[in-house]
Design a protein around this ligand. Sequence first.
Ligand SMILES: [Zn+2]
Length: 379
Amino acid sequence: MLDLDSFYQKVVKNNNRKKIFRVIQEKKRVTKLDISRILNLSITTVSSNIKDMVQIGLISERGFEDSTGGRKAQVIEYLPDSRFSLGMELKETHARIVLTNLDSAILKEKYFDAIDTNILIDECRRITESFLEDFNQRDRIMGLGISLPGTVNMKTSVLENAPNMHVSNVSFKKLEEDLNMSVYIGNEANCSAYGEYEYNDTFKSPLFYISVTEGIGSAIIIDRKLYNGKNHRAGEIGHISIDCNGDKLCSCGNTGCWELFASERALEKSFSDATGSSVSNIDEIFKRISEPVVKKLIMSYAKYLAVGIRNLLMIFDPSFIVIGGNISKYEKELLPAIKKHVFENNEFYTEKDIKIEFARLKENSGIIGASLFPINNML
Ligand SMILES: [Zn+2]
């Protein structure tokens, strides 16, 4: 589990309780003795924590373990629907909100378009209230996690800068008061990396998550912690130049930034340059991959992705590179070409040294990651 304590300290933590709950969640049905052995905790500590958790309905004591001889031990049962969480994803033009249970299953979701970013907090309140209108178990919701496309200070709950939304310095403290529930915010790439890392046991740190959207962002996980940097700007890799003498000028002031070649927007632009027709999303491009001209530009796009990834390997030497965003739906089409360009003629790395994968939660990485913030902070 990723350590978020350095970001969020809203409640006094009971680490034993958290560990005990994790074991129950993983095993589904387990006895107190098993828990005490697994965690090396005294039966008294395990029992008192379990008593508290049963009392608030988080778990239940149900049935007895089958055994041959001796006193049968009571079984502690995990209840995935005993608590819920809300995840919200805010983008330049739209928002999506989901209700999840303790297993991160999406139970309900709603899409909102035409978001007025000038009144961001009011919009978040409107979305949440409208989403929960007919939901009668609000007391079981642990909080709301919001994934945001910009620089986020998680400690102070401030969206410091989101150029695509044309907003800066928006505090989400008021939303917490308005909704009367805990609100956690995170940068889109950090939320996605968190979702992927928590959801998939095989992912190990150091992990570099690349978020390919309209631009390119990233999240860095080192020693099971999100690394944000001194100014919360670590991982703005979309603005690393891969062509400083070229003619592509970036809005950031630099020339030849990686995202001008390897973002969704870049792929859409190269498609319209090559075919003369424009598309509103990358799905329309991949649908036409059987056409030679489209296939060629998708392969050229994969090469640009690989160029940036190869640079990242040299800086970071991670265990995993995880590629997320809408393009993660096109693993079959892109991954072989990306790997080829990363590892071909590479004196430093072979495929054995590092795993390059596509996000497994696909387009839900960010929203699931955001919904996990309240859950992982509740105990
Ligand atoms: Zn740039």
